[in-house]
Write a protein that binds this ligand. Sequence first.
Ligand SMILES: [Ca+2]
Ligand SMILES: [Ca+2]
Ligand SMILES: [Ca+2]
Ligand SMILES: [Ca+2]
Length: 590
Amino acid sequence: MSIKRKIAYLLTASIAALPAALCGPFPAAESASASARSVSIADYGAVPDDDKDDLDAIRQAVAAAKAAGKSVYVPSGTFLYSDVIVLNGVDLIGEGESSVLRSTNPQKQAVQLAGSGSDIRKVKLTTVPVSTRLSSSVSARVHVTPEASNFSVTDTVIEGGSSAGIIVYGVNGTIKGNAVRDTLADGIHITGGSANIKVENNVGRDTGDDMIAVVSYEKNGTWVKNVKIANNDVAGGHARGITVSGGTNVEIERNRIADTGGAGIFIASEGSYQTYEVRNLKVSRNEIVRDSRNAAIPEKGGIRLQATYKEPSIVNAIFERNTITDSADSAVLILGSASIQASFSRNEIVNPANHGIHILKTVTGTLSFLRNTVDGAGGSAMYNQSQAQVTSDLPNSAPPGGGEEDGYIAARGTPHIDGAVDDVWSNATPLRLNTDPNGTTGTVRIAWDNVALYYLFEMTDATPNAMGAEEHSDSVEVWVDELNAKNGTRTVGDYQLRVGYDNTLSSAIRGFNLSNVRSAVVQREGGYTAEFAVPYTALTPQAGDVIGFNASANDDSDGDGRRDTYLSWIDKNLPYWADTRVYGEVTLGN
Ligand SMILES: [Ca+2]
Ligand SMILES: [Ca+2]
Ligand SMILES: [Ca+2]
Ligand SMILES: [Ca+2]
């Protein structure tokens, strides 16, 4: 289908009625005849390469273009803008990478597309250096507003930005042929009930979070729907390659995804962000290479399905003819405790470090795997620990029953909070964290009395430090479901608490009362001991009560103030940060 036909297919009469030249391939003669169809920002006083702000000139040119029914032209050169530029039913068109709009204000970097039929094409958006990640829409580079329709972002280069590259809330739009690099947040982020969006032939490199994401937050009250993500080329990036966290009718096909920090393709209802379920998804003919390279990122896997919030979480999801090569984890990794209905056929898996297909023990639902191939897996072709209804022509290598142990005991008694190991601790079962590639590991023990739960971590860490904040410092964390209510998302009786190597307390739970916590950390050669007491938040305890629990720890192994690995008591693939149902259980002893 030609570009012209695609646009005609997508856009309504208002934009289809624009001059034909604007709908076809960008003509070389555009600038020569610019005055006939467009208003140049230079005509309103914008001066390139003079280090002076051109915001007022650009805004005046936009207003004049709107009044005259013309487009706005950005000549070659670097023009500065210090605040948001709004295109309300106006096109902004440059000469390509030589037409540079440079943001001088990290807080307000957006070119906003509003109204109907706003397009941005053939410009390059750059920025002064940014270091703080922001989340406001006006700090994104292109912001398609909720009332926008019939928009396009085409052949535009985005280089740097304090938030997302392109954030979309509108309907009926095309994002095509753009390059997005080095933003601090997602590359292309589609949310807020957007509908009928095509994301095609874009290049994403080294974005600060996911490269392309469809996200439907429950708080928005509606789903993102009818999105096609095709023929994009994304590589690097801090987190995932392509994400769908809530959405309906989404197609992901023929994309190339390489060298991601986290998962290659991530499909989820996410407990940590309270996103909707995913319905009617087709993921086909994608090429995923070298996913999951960052040991500090928990969301791993070539294709990762994570069902941690909505019940069901993933419905009618089809994965076919994808290739997944050299995953640093499992090529297909399925986890969470809400149900999933998905089928995988004719996928080709080559050399995953862990399993070809790994289904964790808490997974429920109906899963089908037929005619997939797995070569060179570090683990098994199929490792299914779950009780889900699984149909597969690959033999399952997991032992029956999942090998669950029990009998984890919290000791009854009251330790002194001083970082020294009291006698009471000898009655508690040591829960062993996994060992990371640097040898960092540890144990945690729990004690209880009528006032509080007590925790003792004895950590081995060859590089103890507190160069970073929160999880970026060497630190230990408890994840507690006092009532063992297994609500999924955190609610009454659930808390998370982090104690740093320097005895700094923090929590991901807003409003968690840190001042009630007493803690001590003893720093020593090759490690540290943390001992702390947290008063009950909901439980009136009795011997024999069972609490839901996980312990984790963070290791900055090179002292740069960034976490390099994390450890966990329960299987670290279980999404304990998002789903209290996957916690282990510990009994309050006599
Ligand atoms: Ca200027
Ligand atoms: Ca003590
Ligand atoms: Ca360390
Ligand atoms: Ca580090």
